[in-house]
Design a protein around this ligand. Structure first.
Ligand SMILES: O=C(O)CCC(=O)C(=O)O
Ligand SMILES: [Fe+2]
Length: 202
């Protein structure tokens, strides 16, 4: 099935999940302007994660913003939120309007080039609750998000290209049954930002 023939409101063809891709722009500002400002004003850091007893730098940069009290535990890290900037607050409002959901935190990821990536994972931390709504805004170079079912090997992975300015919404049982990730590319690729808005239980 060609994903581009879908309407924005239709869920992607993923059983046991509720994933929608809004391709129409939802931002109040041009995407290129938002990207330039976020690249400039964000205190980007490369975090270290513990994996199988080893400490490794993550293959991307990130930053975490949220309401007071939205501490987030992730890969053995406890992330303290930075306070919302005026720009991020504006983006939060636009994403809340487009998705019909409320969010109290956002994780910013910076994929500097084709070498940067995110391993297959589900956003299923307990502080996100049972069936979290996660809104994922993409800016800059297009990268492919791959969905893989956690239990049913007969289901083929789905590759979803995330274009500049698009908003991916994951809800329902998506995190329970599917993992997702961004693979490295073998061809050169410019920078990409991704903002995943979340509602953390405090
Ligand atoms: O960069 C992306 O599109 C995915 C980000 C993601 O899955 C996450 O931050 O949990
Ligand atoms: Fe994720």
């Amino acid at each position: 099935m060609d994903l581009f023939e879908q309407r924005d409101e239709e869920p992607l063809p993923l059983p046991d999940a509720d994933v929608r891709l809004l391709r129409r722009p939802v931002l109040p500002l041009p995407a290129a302007q938002v990207m330039a400002r976020l690249l400039e004003e964000t205190p980007w850091a490369t975090r270290e994660i513990r994996l199988f007893g080893k400490t490794l730098p993550e293959p991307r940069e990130s930053a975490w913003y949220g309401d007071p009290g939205t501490e987030y535990r992730y890969s053995g890290l406890l992330l303290h939120p930075l306070p919302w900037t005026p720009l991020l607050q504006q983006l939060r409002e636009a994403v809340e309007r487009a998705s019909g959901s409320r969010f109290n935190s956002v994780l910013l990821n910076h994929y500097r080039n084709e070498q940067d990536s995110m391993g297959m994972h589900a956003d299923d931390e307990p502080e996100l609750g049972q069936r979290p709504v996660i809104a994922s805004l993409s800016l800059g170079a297009e990268r492919v998000l791959t969905f893989r079912h956690r239990y049913d090997r007969a289901l083929k992975p789905l590759r979803v290209p995330l274009a500049d300015g698009s908003l991916l919404l994951m809800a329902g049982d998506t995190q329970r049954y599917w993992k997702h990730g961004i693979a490295k590319l073998s061809r050169p690729c410019g920078p990409r930002l991704n903002l995943t808005f979340r509602q953390i239980r405090t």
